[in-house]
Design a protein around this ligand. Structure first.
Ligand code: GLY
Length: 260
């Protein structure tokens, strides 16, 4: 079982996108190029079956284009608002609550002292992996696990606090199928993934593990040829997309949309 999506919430980057948080040293993003890349991403969502719900750019929150972090949705079942772990992102949840309350009458939230960015939540069929990171703490993970259990969804923790080069769990893991992941080498042998089939991104292409499955295709960065070959050989259809400007701000293909 793998969720199918018919809707995707997105938010274009604001003009002050470069004021957002980043841990990488790739220089400031070109906002016009980021907007073009975002438009191409939205077109790809529409091509693959999603009605795109575009929220207005929000200059008060320079990281708000990474909408996925603010809520977790189990398509057809329920949604929960997160409590982002970075102070500058805390206010992003207000707008998301307003949007989602039209679709989900019951909308619980992660509460203090829990923190959780949904970029740390990787759903693979009936199993959900929750990253413990600089943004998501054990209490946030515990609250989410309790909520997921109401839907019969099992969760497992993956501590990434000492895994170099990734901000969120989904910076380093993509769920390709209910039983198959694409991972960076540093996470490939994690005990939480012991019963999963794991494909490893080739060395030097770590950013490729920041993709996302959207219905029948895998959205993946356009500049990772080794990963493209690996995924195609495994039978996947790819949607390669330019992501250079989002990569500069620690963003990936998954965090640019909230799908349900
Ligand atoms: N720039 C994305 C984040 O730090 O959450």
């Amino acid at each position: 079982m793998f969720s199918r999506f018919s809707q995707a919430i997105v938010r274009a980057p604001a003009r002050n996108f470069a004021d957002g948080l980043t841990t990488v040293d790739l220089g400031p993003p070109d906002v016009d190029l980021a907007l073009a890349q975002h438009a191409a991403y939205c077109a790809a969502l529409a091509r693959h079956g999603c009605t795109v719900i575009a929220l207005p750019a929000d200059g008060a929150h320079p990281d708000s284009t990474f909408v996925e972090d603010t809520a977790l949705i189990l398509p057809g079942q329920g949604a929960i608002i997160t409590r982002p772990g970075a102070d500058s992102r805390a206010g992003e949840v207000l707008a998301m609550r307003e949007v989602l309350s039209a679709c989900f009458p019951e909308l619980p939230a992660i509460t203090s002292p829990g923190t959780l960015d949904a970029g740390d939540v990787c759903e693979a069929g009936h199993t959900v992996f929750i990253g413990i990171s600089r943004r998501t703490n054990h209490e946030g993970a515990r609250q989410l696990a309790e909520w997921l259990s109401r839907y019969g969804v099992e969760s497992r923790l993956v501590d990434i606090r000492h895994t170099p080069g990734i901000l969120h769990l989904k910076s380093g893991v993509v769920a390709l199928d209910a039983d198959r992941l694409l991972c960076i080498e540093a996470l490939a042998n994690h005990e939480a993934f012991a019963d999963m089939r794991v494909l490893r991104v080739p060395a030097g292409e770590e950013y490729a593990a920041n993709g996302v499955r959207v219905n029948d295709v895998i959205f993946v960065a356009d500049d990772v040829p080794g990963t493209h070959a690996l995924l195609r050989a495994a039978g996947y259809t790819l949607e390669p997309l330019a992501m250079s400007e989002f990569a500069k701000m620690d963003g990936g293909l998954s965090c640019l949309s909230l799908r349900f």
